[in-house]
Structure formats: C-alpha cells, structure tokens
Design a protein around this ligand. Structure first.
Ligand SMILES: C[S@@+](CC[C@H](N)C(=O)[O-])C[C@H]1O[C@@H](n2cnc3c(N)ncnc32)[C@H](O)[C@@H]1O
Length: 331
C-alpha cells in the first residue's frame, strides 16, 4: 500500500542502525506502536520472540492483526475463490462512494464498489456463523483492504476522489492473498492510543513512527476505515468523511507533551524514533526531550518524499528529504 510515512523502503536502514545499537534475537520483544501498514513489525517478526503492533486506526489494526497477529500456516484458498466469484451487490460502499449510488462521489467504479460490498458482507457472515475464526477473518479483510486500495479512484489518499475514473480504478478488483510470515511465536496486536497503551506493556525495543505533520490518518484513509468497520453512519460532505479521532501527534501545541509522556512512561530498554526534518517537532526539541531519559544518539539517511501521484511529484520543490532515526538507551 502506498501509505503516508511508510517505512517499507527504509527497513534496511532501520535494521542496520538498530542492530548496531542492540541485539535483535529470539529473546527480543519488539514494539511497533504506530504500526500503520505493519511494514516494520513484518520485517522483524520472524527474528524476535514477540512483536507488539499497534495503530489507532481500524484499517491499521486489520492489517497488523493479519500480517503480525497471524503466524500459523492456514489454507484459505477455497474462501478466496468463493469471494473472487461472488455476485456483486449494492451496499454501503456502492451507495455512498460510487457514482451509481447517487452520492456524487466516485471513490470506486460502480462494479468494484458492489464487489467490495458483497465481499465485505460475506466475510462478516462467515465470522458470525463460525465458518471462519478471527485469524481467517482478518486475513480475508486485509486481503480486501489491499485489493480495494489498488482500485481506489484517488491520487493516493482518500482526502479527495478524482473526477474521472483513473486507469487503475477501471480495472476489476482482484483479491491477492495478504500473505503473512509463518513463525512459531504468537504476537500481540492492539488498536489504542499509543500513550494509553504504553502504560500497559513492556519489552526491549520500542520503535516509534508517529505522524510528523498535521495530516490526520483518520481523514486521509477514512474509506479504508469504513470498509474495515463496515458500520452504518451518515457520510459527511463532498468526500463522505466519517467521524474520526484526532492525534496529539498531528497538533503543534500538543505533540511535545504527548511525546515526552510516551518516552517517560516507556518500559523498554531502547527507543528508536523515526521522524523527518520537516516535522512539527524540531531535531533539537526531540533531542532535548529524549536526553532527559538516558543516552541519546542520532542516525540519518536520505529518503524519497511521499508522492501522492506523478503530477504531484513533478510539482514538488525537492523529491528527497532526510529521514532521522533518534536513538535512546533508556536509564
Ligand atoms: C508514519 S505512520 C506509520 C507508518 C508505518 N511505520 C508503516 O511503515 O506503515 C503513523 C501511524 O500512526 C498512527 N497514529 C497516529 N496517532 C496515533 C496515536 N495517538 N496512537 C496510535 N497510533 C497513532 C496513524 O494511524 C499512522 O498509521
């Protein structure tokens, strides 16, 4: 998934830097507390004793519950092929996010919207009738989220839809299994505010990748939350937004306090924070806060800026930015 702030392309940098500071092995409890798509936890999952993954958004929980939470080998092929051949049906997504539903919104083609509705309803029905367990439920849901995102008619995030159906949105929704790494250990997955969760967990390595600017994930990915939750509500405004909780990490006047509380309450030996040089907290703000709680260090690497689409990329001032990894060995 092309996700704002995804660390998918930075996992080698993270791995090399973290390994240079502390051991990552079969005794390690590694926590990815702003996990998003789960890219970082997935990278370390098979090497450690346990990954604790968390994200406050519902779609993030679904992705992590599958990619991190699922660890046993299962065969869901028959379910996938039944879903692939399902009869499209008009439901909440078609009604509110497709032109045919008269909402005047066009996040998906009519055909794909109806397919998403039919698949989503079937997955729920299978869970309720105990045809599938929670592992299967989240595997199939993650598969549907990934597939829906591929055919979404947006420039990448869901803050707006495009006027005309773009090429990728005209393609038929295709379910590619959301494969997860098999391993012998169980992991933990939460959907909580990071500052609340930090008071209840402990471990060795805490990886922090909070939002670094005012862009709220709940607004930018609201349609994925709606597919994940599949509840009923009144979509608001031109984009059909649902109510969402704002993050302290997206607010200039709250982020420093929230960040310090997180560091202070963390019961982890090592803390690593990804942040970029254009964030709400300056490099110096972060250093000042982290230094209060132990031995501080910093690593950097050049990184491609998030691109919504090719046009935006062309218009950008610079396509590369610096990615910082702040390091704290906690006292
Ligand atoms: C920069 S993204 C993380 C990207 C992730 N490392 C990846 O590679 O996909 C920040 C994430 O923090 C989540 N988030 C924002 N505020 C949060 C909070 N207070 N508690 C927990 N998660 C939060 C967002 O939903 C978003 O997924």
């Amino acid at each position: 998934m092309n996700y704002i702030g995804s660390k998918y392309k930075l996992t080698d940098f993270l791995d090399n830097t973290i390994s240079g500071v502390c051991a990552i092995d079969k005794d390690t409890v590694f926590c990815d507390i702003f996990a998003g798509t789960g890219a970082v936890g997935r990278h370390f999952k098979t090497r450690v004793k346990q990954v604790i993954a968390n994200d406050k958004e519902a779609y993030g929980f679904v992705l992590n519950r599958n990619y991190i939470g699922n660890y046993r080998e299962e065969n869901y092929n028959s379910y996938l092929s039944e879903l692939e051949n399902i009869e499209p049906q008009e439901g909440f997504i078609f009604e509110h996010y497709c032109l045919g539903g008269k909402s005047e919104r066009q996040y998906f083609s009519d055909e794909n919207g109806k397919k998403i509705d039919a698949i989503r309803a079937k997955i729920e029905q299978w869970l309720r009738s105990k045809e599938i367990d929670e592992d299967g439920y989240y595997f199939l849901l993650a598969t549907l989220l990934e597939a829906s995102d591929k055919v979404a008619n947006t420039a990448s995030v869901y803050g707006a839809f495009l006027k005309h159906l773009k090429k990728s949105a005209q393609k038929n929704l295709e379910l590619k299994p959301a494969r997860y790494e098999i391993n012998g250990n169980s992991h933990k997955v939460y959907q909580e505010d990071a500052n609340a969760l930090i008071q209840k967990i402990e471990g060795d390595i805490l990886y922090l990748d909070p939002p670094y600017n005012a862009r709220e994930y709940g607004a930018n990915y609201h349609v994925l939350n709606t597919i994940a939750l599949y509840d009923t509500f009144s979509p608001k405004g031109k984009t059909g937004l649902r109510a969402y909780e704002r993050s302290h990490y997206c607010k200039k006047n709250e982020v420093h306090v929230a960040f310090e509380a997180l560091i202070k309450n963390a019961q982890f030996h090592y803390i690593f924070l990804s942040y970029n040089n254009e964030g709400l907290m300056s490099e110096n703000d972060i250093k000042t806060i982290m230094q209060k709680y132990g031995k501080y260090n910093l690593a950097t690497t050049p990184h491609q800026r998030f691109k919504a689409d090719k046009t935006e990329a062309r218009n950008h001032r610079a396509s590369s930015t610096l990615e910082y990894l702040h390091i704290l060995e906690k006292r």
